[in-house]
Design a protein around this ligand. Structure first.
Ligand SMILES: [Zn+2]
Length: 268
């Protein structure tokens, strides 16, 4: 789906569901945060500290207290659709993955690298929530209906299984990404042309295993085909549906590249 197609929903949204959009952790965001392009997020300096107090909350509630996706189905001028990224959330994830990496002897004088990894962890999780909305929207377009996504949201709220599958599937999108950054051993000056790279995936995995039920169950979905993933989300089936198109959009909207073309990011 492109931005013009999504704007048709934005122009004619369903009534926002208070429980969904007025998430209690976001009530303190009183204004509409400015939108910022993905590549400019690298230029924001996120404060260090204040992150430890979130640890218990993340272990209890998961990643949604750090970042949040507002669907275009429930767009409103007061709370426009997109990915909301909290500075405190980024600081928390950064601190956790740095602590985990430090046990392996890594020491980061410059927080830039772990900050970028933390941002991508949060974005990839929320992007999958977006891709799920796109998949249901495509079913609506193919069937000429308007309530498939809303139905999914209600089922997710009322059934723990669907809620847990959804969060595991969103974390599987994080686990499948290859987190590789530049890195140098502290105190060692490498010859000019040598770039030492660091693979973060095990640290990212450990961070997600510390999250609550559902969230920490991502590994059963990482190797699963998108057909089976969509079945786990209870996407409607029917002989009239073009499932190949739905699967292809589900995959492409799960990738970071979608952020520059389609999904607004709002640092809050
Ligand atoms: Zn989530």
């Amino acid at each position: 789906m492109d931005i013009e197609q999504i704007n048709q929903w934005v122009d004619d949204p369903l009534r926002p569901d208070p429980e969904e959009t007025e998430n209690r952790f976001f009530q303190d965001i009183r204004h509409v945060p400015d939108q910022i392009p993905y590549n400019q997020l690298r230029q924001i300096r996120f404060p260090v500290g204040r992150a430890n107090q979130l640890r218990d909350l993340v272990e209890e509630f998961g990643i949604e207290i750090l970042a949040y996706y507002i669907p275009f189905h429930f767009h409103s001028p007061e709370r426009p659709w997109g990915i909301y990224l909290r500075g405190e959330g980024i600081a928390h994830v950064r601190q956790r993955i740095m602590q985990i990496a430090e046990l392996d002897g890594h020491n980061f004088q410059n927080p830039e690298i772990p900050t970028n990894v933390a941002i991508d962890i949060l974005l990839l999780h929320e992007l999958r929530h977006h891709a799920i909305e796109v998949a249901f929207t495509r079913v609506e377009l193919q069937n000429g209906t308007r309530h498939e996504y809303q139905h999914y949201i209600r089922e997710k709220r009322n059934h723990n299984d669907l809620h847990n599958h959804t969060e595991a599937i969103c974390n599987a999108n994080v686990a499948k990404h290859h987190f590789k950054t530049d890195w140098q051993l502290p105190g060692i000056i490498s010859p000019p042309n040598v770039i030492v790279s660091l693979d973060w995936n095990n640290y990212v995995r450990e961070f997600m295993l510390g999250q609550p039920a559902g969230y920490n169950d991502f590994e059963r979905f990482t190797g699963m085909s998108s057909r089976r993933v969509l079945e786990s989300l209870q996407l409607p089936r029917g002989f009239r549906l073009d499932l190949a198109q739905i699967r292809e959009e589900f995959s492409s909207h799960s990738k970071l590249g979608t952020l520059n073309r389609v999904v607004p990011i709002r640092p809050a």
